[in-house]
Design a protein around this ligand. Structure first.
Ligand SMILES: [Zn+2]
Length: 203
């Protein structure tokens, strides 16, 4: 569930956005560990598409475990590390800009195209510190997660979780879960945390 403080802050954010003609909506909010685990396992087992940096489908039968894990991590978080599990992070679209019958896909193209005006407004708000404590996390030049300008993190609550996050707790949760590629994950846990988790924490 999304934390109530995150939701309250989002409501205030929406009120402000409406004055500029936008209607922000949470396209994806809370996602449980189990849901993330299902997505992970479906990608490893080939039941769900695995994409490369450019968004093209990868033939996973040609990949080593290391390559497969690295590729999945471009678009999907390792269970236990998704910020959507925290109840503090949301993927936001502007429904005022959605044409009839259009399904938002949350792609970089959309943030220049159909949601371009919303993102431009958001850029300005974040830059001048008027984004109501929401900030973007997955930006170009940081870490290995593909950029996600639509992904907003509610700093006051996310910060608390970041401060309490440890590799030991994560390893324990993963060992207890029925997760595919576990040996590869544990052997590279520090690398994963450095490139996909800790680098996005507030400095
Ligand atoms: Zn997201």
């Amino acid at each position: 569930m999304l934390k109530s403080k995150t939701l309250n802050a989002f409501e205030i954010f929406c009120e402000e956005a409406k004055q500029y003609g936008f209607e922000p909506k949470i396209e994806s909010g809370y996602r449980s560990f189990d849901r993330q685990l299902l997505i992970w396992n479906e990608k490893v087992s080939g039941k769900r598409k695995v994409l490369d940096e450019k968004g093209s489908v990868v033939n996973i039968s040609e990949l080593s475990d290391w390559e497969l894990m690295k590729t999945i991590l471009l678009w999907s978080a390792l269970p236990g590390t998704s910020r959507h599990e925290w109840g503090t992070d949301i993927d936001v679209i502007d429904t005022a800009a959605v044409p009839e019958g259009y399904e938002a896909e949350l792609t970089p193209e959309e943030s220049f195209g159909v949601f371009g005006a919303f993102h431009k407004w958001l850029d300005e708000r974040i830059e001048c510190g008027k984004s109501f404590d929401f900030r973007r996390v997955f930006l170009p030049g940081i870490g290995r997660v593909q950029q996600e300008p639509w992904h907003l993190s509610y700093v006051p609550e996310a910060g608390k979780i970041e401060r309490n996050f440890t590799a030991e707790n994560l390893a324990e949760r993963l060992r207890a879960a029925d997760i595919l590629l576990l040996p590869e994950i544990l052997a590279n846990l520090d690398w994963i945390l450095e490139n996909h988790v800790f680098c996005y924490f507030e400095k």
